[in-house]
Design a protein around this ligand. Structure first.
Ligand code: GLU
Length: 416
């Protein structure tokens, strides 16, 4: 059985890139580990009056190219190693889209589905009271990730400003629009993914109209991918979606707006009228043009990679494919848009949000979309050119582009 610890996987991926790049030993070692990490114990009063103690983390992986940046995940399976891996991937993500930021990530081990809104608010504020000395627009800037929302970002910004005694909207991104959030941040992750899918189709000479697609995971990224695939590419047939409660399939197509509505109403995709049930495993192996893994790590492993039939895999999730599976997919000729390229739209618009906060002047939705498209398309082209030049798969190529950019920044600073 292959290694499934996400941080070990992130280190293995880096090791492969370091070898291909002929990276010197010092730089390689520096990039294998987070430069700073914090653990916090957060005592929070529950609605019942009892105190619950939560374990929380913030990892600042590498700040050579700028302040560290990355989301906060609230999940029952969160560990220091998942946060480290996600922080490493953020470092490569900000580098691949060439924005002047480093990589970081944070999290709280908790089950948000069991927390009331008032408990979530107290947890959000407790996190900021613990982490505030280590956060700022010039130091480290959080954002949403799995199970965290614009509302949670709003409570966090409010707590930070209460501590600071002044306005600091750029200390966190993914805020609601009335509090300094950016137009277009909500669907940015999925939108960026569909932009690079469009570019991959050009490389593969695929006609973007009439493509079939399936979505594994129906959170923020998955839901927006459902509607944006057809909106941006002009048409397309959604044949299956799944979430943690199971999946649904209809070979004749599922109406993207209706399934998003059904999920919002019922909290799950199962039971959607006119569809048949399908397991998460079956969904991944469907014969579709585009597969969007949009849930968590390790969805595609050496166990199922050989059965995957999609032509393009657009990884909206972080870390959905293991290194062993990558090799199998490459040999099968599947075009993989690797996570830190495919889902970089979120942090790109987060960066636009910070820029707008800093000069206190706000862009139109059209400006955000045009700038996002430009950044994503440029990043795709840089990675695809590297893949063709070095004859490696797209993840290796993305690592080569990003790691050399971060290594160059470390060198210019005199660290190595
Ligand atoms: N959590 C998102 C990601 O994994 C967004 C990070 C951000 O906006 O800073 O890319």
């Amino acid at each position: 059985m292959s290694e499934l610890n996400p941080f070990k996987i992130a280190q293995t991926q880096l090791d492969e890139a370091a070898e291909l790049l002929g990276l010197d030993k010092g730089t390689h070692e520096l990039l294998r580990w987070p430069m700073r990490e914090y653990r916090f114990l957060l005592p929070v009063k529950m609605d019942s009056g009892e105190t619950k103690v939560f374990h929380a983390y913030r990892v600042q992986y590498n700040a050579a190219r700028g302040p560290t940046k990355g989301g906060l995940r609230w999940h029952p399976d969160e560990t220091i190693d998942t946060v480290r891996a996600l922080a490493a991937w953020m470092t490569w993500k900000t580098a691949v889209v060439d924005i002047p930021l480093g990589g970081g990530k944070g999290g709280v081990t908790c089950n948000p589905k069991e927390l009331s809104d008032t408990e979530k608010e107290r947890l959000a504020r407790a996190y900021i009271r613990a982490a505030a000395p280590h956060l700022s627009v010039h130091r480290d800037v959080p954002a949403p990730d799995v199970y965290t929302t614009p509302q949670i970002m709003a409570w966090m910004m409010d707590e930070y400003e209460a501590i600071a005694g002044e306005s600091h909207p750029g200390m966190i991104t993914g805020k609601p629009i009335p509090l300094g959030g950016s137009q277009g941040r909500g669907d940015a992750t999925a939108r960026g993914g569909v932009y690079v899918t469009r570019e991959a189709m050009k490389v593969r000479n695929m006609d973007p109209s009439n493509t079939s697609y399936a979505i594994q995971g129906f959170g923020n990224a998955g839901q927006f991918a459902a509607t944006l695939h057809t909106e941006i590419l002009g048409s397309g047939k959604l044949v299956a979606v799944s979430d943690s409660g199971g999946g649904i399939y209809n070979k004749d197509g599922i109406d993207p707006d209706k399934i998003v509505h059904h999920k919002k109403e019922t909290g799950r995709v199962a039971g959607f009228p006119g569809s048949e049930p399908i397991s998460n495993e079956e969904l991944l192996e469907l014969n579709v043009d585009v597969l969007y893994p949009s849930a968590l790590e390790n969805a595609i492993t050496e166990t199922n990679a050989a059965n995957i039939k999609a032509k393009i895999i657009c990884e909206l999730a972080n870390g959905p494919t293991t290194p062993e599976a990558d090799k199998i997919l490459f040999e099968k000729g599947i075009f993989v848009l690797p996570d830190f390229l495919a889902n970089a739209g979120g942090v790109t618009v987060s960066y636009f949000e910070q820029v707008q906060n800093t000069y206190n002047y706000y862009w139109t939705i059209e400006d955000v979309h045009a700038q996002l498209d430009l950044r994503m398309t440029n990043a795709f082209q840089a990675v695809n050119a590297m893949a063709e030049k070095k004859k490696v798969h797209m993840r290796s190529a993305a690592y080569l582009v990003s790691v050399s950019r971060v290594a160059e920044a470390c060198k210019l600073r005199g660290w190595v």
